[in-house]
Structure formats: C-alpha cells, structure tokens
Design a protein around this ligand. Structure first.
Ligand SMILES: C[S@@+](CC[C@H](N)C(=O)[O-])C[C@H]1O[C@@H](n2cnc3c(N)ncnc32)[C@H](O)[C@@H]1O
Length: 216
C-alpha cells in the first residue's frame, strides 16, 4: 500500500470537515499541550497534522514556534490556506514520520492525534519511536492520541492498532515516563462515536543514551 498516495487521495476528494477525525476545536489536545507548561516560544510539532484546526488554536493561544508535518501535501495546503497570513511564521514538513529527516533535539512538544495507530507493523512503530527519541529534547513532552481498545478497528479504510494507556506507554518503552492519560469519545461529523485514548509522556533519556539516529 502506498501510504502517501492513499492520504493524498483522501484530501483531494474530501472536504476537511467531512472526514471522521474532524474536530472544530481539538480541545483535549490543546489542554494537554498547555498542561506541559512550556513557554509560548517552545517548539511544538504536530505529527500527521492533516488539515487539523489545532494550529489555529495554538496560534490563538500565542505559541510561536509550530511545525506541521504530514505525508500528504494536500492536507497541509488546506491548513496553509486557512491560517492565511500566519502561514509564513510556521514550519511545514511533508514526509513520512517514520523516515523523514528531523533535526536532533529540535522539539519541546510532540503531538500526534490519530497517526501512530496506523502503524501496525512493529518495525514502523520502532521507526516512529526512534524519531521521537531523536527529535525531542531530553525531558521533552510527547502527547499521542490513538484509538482506545473499544475504538474502531479501521479508519479511512486502513487497519488500526488500539491501545489503552498502559499498552501505548509499553510500546514506547522505558525511555518515556507516563505522566497522564485520559479517554475521549470523539463524535464524527455524522454523529457516530469513536473512543480515543490520550497519553502524555516525557522523554526521560539523557543525551548520553543513544537511539539509532543519534549513534550515526
Ligand atoms: C486520521 S488523520 C488525523 C489528522 C489530524 N492529526 C487530526 O487529528 O485531525 C491522519 C493523518 O496522518 C497523516 N499520516 C498518515 N500516515 C502518516 C505517516 N506515516 N507520516 C506522516 N503523516 C501520516 C495523514 O495524511 C493524515 O493527515
């Protein structure tokens, strides 16, 4: 399956507010980011941002160093058009999160809603976690939202992995400490319910510890 072609096709054929994951305001994501208590100039990356309105709310809250990453350029174009004049103050990255080169220790906060759960292959999961270890500062904050154990088995025609907070933290491993978690019932634009789990972890490894990238 060509992941990039799949997601590009989704955003070419569906309006941003006509997809199951659409939220008018991603309130829980914003609340978790604010709970980190990072400064407004802290560096935040939204992984698999799609056309999410999180960026609008982060800008409104005063955050100034925001990176939006997605495999589908079409998705980021929707967000870029919507934020209009603010677009030039943001960083836009197009690529696969498991392989795209990211700057070492660049980010204070890593946010992912509904992306990690598409990585059902342990090798892809490892690629993703190595990216977090590489790109997040020691002590950095990681907020990942996936489908909960009673969430959908598929989304956008793709199989998903489902987690509770313990299982999700378990996949990330001992380099991360679990700070908080919660469940959410997301209501799709057509009124069905999807159960999510949100996990907030901190990276505990020191600079001396190495991931694959850091040893290169
Ligand atoms: C279900 S949508 C969620 C979008 C957004 N996070 C939100 O909550 O509205 C999943 C997003 O992840 C992106 N995506 C899927 N696989 C990806 C990957 N391997 N690397 C980067 N982005 C990916 C898709 O293009 C899509 O925008």
């Amino acid at each position: 399956m060509d992941t990039k072609a799949h997601w590009s096709q989704v955003y070419r054929t569906k309006a941003a507010d006509d997809v199951s994951w659409y939220q008018t305001h991603p309130e829980l994501s914003l609340a978790f980011i604010q709970a980190t208590q990072v400064a407004l100039n802290a560096s935040i990356i939204d992984v698999g941002a799609g056309a999410s309105t999180l960026v609008d709310d982060l800008l409104e809250a005063g955050y100034t160093d925001i990176t939006l990453l997605d495999i589908a350029q079409e998705a980021l174009e929707v967000a870029r058009t919507r934020v209009h004049a603010a677009a030039s103050r943001l960083t836009w990255l197009i690529g696969d999160i498991t392989t795209i080169p990211l700057a070492r220790h660049r980010y204070d906060v890593w946010h992912d809603r509904a992306v990690f759960h598409f990585l059902t292959d342990p090798l892809q999961q490892k690629g993703y976690i190595d990216q977090v270890l590489h790109a997040i500062k020691p002590g950095g904050h990681i907020i990942v939202a996936t489908f909960a154990p009673d969430g959908p088995e598929k989304c956008s025609g793709l199989a998903t992995a489902r987690y509770d907070a313990t299982a999700l933290h378990g996949v990330f491993g001992s380099q991360f400490s679990l700070i908080d978690s919660t469940q959410e019932s997301h209501h799709t634009p057509w009124g069905t319910e999807q159960r999510f789990v949100y996990c907030y972890c901190r990276k505990t490894v020191s600079d001396a510890s190495m991931s694959i990238h850091e040893s290169a």
